[in-house]
Ligand binder design. Structure first.
Ligand code: SF4
Length: 436
């Protein structure tokens, strides 16, 4: 991989950040009983309502599979999707009967996938009704639905809004029809722009769009053109990601067989990043995280980050969903059939999990906090009993030396270069979790 400069801090920006231990313990191929889950996740304990919980619901279905897809999505007929929604409602009810859920307050709900917009309006309303029946929503709780522009219409959007959804995240990816073909997107660019207009008409005033850059064969001019058209449409937030085709995706196979060139060199990717940042900031957007730009005031800057940053925990529901409750990280069963089977048997579909060590908790807290703002050193010490420099002496020193993190006014934050090389920064803190 070509470096952008001789002093680039990491070889590339694409490799996923190293996760904590991958070898989840307590693998349970048929799910867990409620009692087993309650014991490892602390579900019998009260949770302070002042520490809101994020809820994530995973909808693993798509109408077609995009060429680059990195997610675990399947194509399923409507009855299978309806069956899945019933199982999700059962999973909500199982958690909802615990002391943990009874005492918690929900700060945000995110329906992701997959393509949640494939759900019928009734299914989506049913899910939100079940959530509200079992969990207390905080005032102003944000309810986001991830949507494909090709699977929404005015009636559906109006029904979602009436059911309590107040934020949309559209998977637009590109506004070039040529590149849409390269990506194998289900929609044309005109459909994506129409979807944004329909969202406005349905009363949504918080719309995020995802865009990909450094798509194979994409030129800088095409990237700028997509950004210009997106700015014209005026979403409240934009999330920009360099394309990283999944290893077993159709796109990866086409690249391997020489039918498609790979994404451009990292120099082009970095140029595209800076070009986008400059265009968006000139148009009044503020970068509030390495991949996220907004024109909303700070109190409304949420985005996809809340589920990673929620200090109160993440209640993740649905096949293959990853969550974290009371310092226990878990992953639900990946296979939809296994997931349905576990719930039919009255078991929680938790497939595997592990308690985070103190070092992993410190790393998770630090990286989540610095991703979206400033880590206050005094507060960190009060909470964990040691300063960040004591918790991560090597990683922090390396990042400061490389100019990726700065210390100012009692806090640590990412520099502009640190945002650009965020995945490398994140890996530094995960590869060397402190003993604490
Ligand atoms: S819409 Fe998203 S989840 Fe579905 S196939 Fe395309 S990239 Fe994958």
């Amino acid at each position: 991989m070509e470096h952008p400069r001789a002093d680039a801090p990491y070889p590339d920006r694409r490799s996923p950040a190293r996760a904590f231990r991958q070898d989840f313990r307590n693998v349970t191929p048929s799910g867990m009983t409620l009692a087993e889950a309650a014991s490892v996740m602390g579900l019998a304990r009260k949770h302070p309502a002042s520490d809101p919980v994020a809820v994530y619901l995973h909808i693993p279905f798509c109408r077609s599979i995009c060429a680059f897809c990195i997610f675990r999505s399947v194509i399923a007929p409507a009855p299978r999707i309806a069956q899945y929604v019933q199982a999700l409602r059962k999973e909500i009810a199982l958690y909802g009967g615990t002391e943990y859920a009874a005492s918690s307050s929900v700060g945000s709900v995110y329906l992701g996938g997959g393509t949640p917009s494939l759900l019928t309006a009734e299914s989506l309303a049913g899910l939100l009704t079940t959530l509200r029946a079992f969990l207390r929503f905080a005032d102003g709780a944000e309810v986001t639905v991830e949507a494909s522009p090709s699977s929404v219409d005015a009636a559906k959007l109006t029904a979602w809004r009436a059911a309590g959804a107040n934020r949309l995240s559209f998977g637009v990816q590109t506004l070039s029809d040529r590149l849409g073909g390269v990506l194998g997107l289900p929609q044309r660019s005109g459909e994506a722009l129409d979807a944004l207009r329909l969202a406005r008409g349905a009363g949504f005033d918080n719309v995020d769009i995802d865009l990909l850059y450094n798509i194979p064969t994409q030129s800088m001019e095409e990237w700028r053109d997509t950004l210009d058209r997106a700015l014209e449409a005026g979403p409240e937030q934009m999330s920009l990601y360099p394309l990283n085709p999944a290893p077993h995706s159709l796109m990866a196979r086409m690249i391997e067989m020489g039918q498609l060139p790979p994404p451009g060199p990292v120099t082009l990717e970095v140029d595209m990043y800076w070009a986008a940042k400059s265009l968006l900031e000139s148009a009044g957007y503020v970068q509030y995280a390495p991949t996220n730009f907004t024109r909303l005031p700070p109190e409304r800057r949420h985005g996809v980050l809340s589920r990673h940053c929620a200090e109160g925990g993440l209640l993740a529901l649905g096949a293959c969903a990853h969550g974290r409750l009371n310092n226990y990280r878990y992953r639900n069963l990946k296979d939809v059939g296994d997931y349905l089977h576990a719930l039919a048997a009255g078991r929680l579909p938790v497939g595997s999990g592990q308690s985070l060590s103190r070092g992993e908790s410190l790393s998770a807290h630090f990286t989540a906090a610095i991703r979206v703002g400033v880590v206050d050193i005094r507060q960190f010490r009060e909470r964990f009993g040691l300063a960040p420099a004591e918790a991560f002496p090597d990683s922090l020193d390396r990042c400061i030396q490389k100019g990726l993190i700065r210390l100012a006014e009692g806090g640590l934050s990412l520099t502009e270069e640190g945002r650009l090389w965020w995945k490398g920064v994140q890996s530094e803190f995960r590869s060397d979790p402190p003993a604490g």
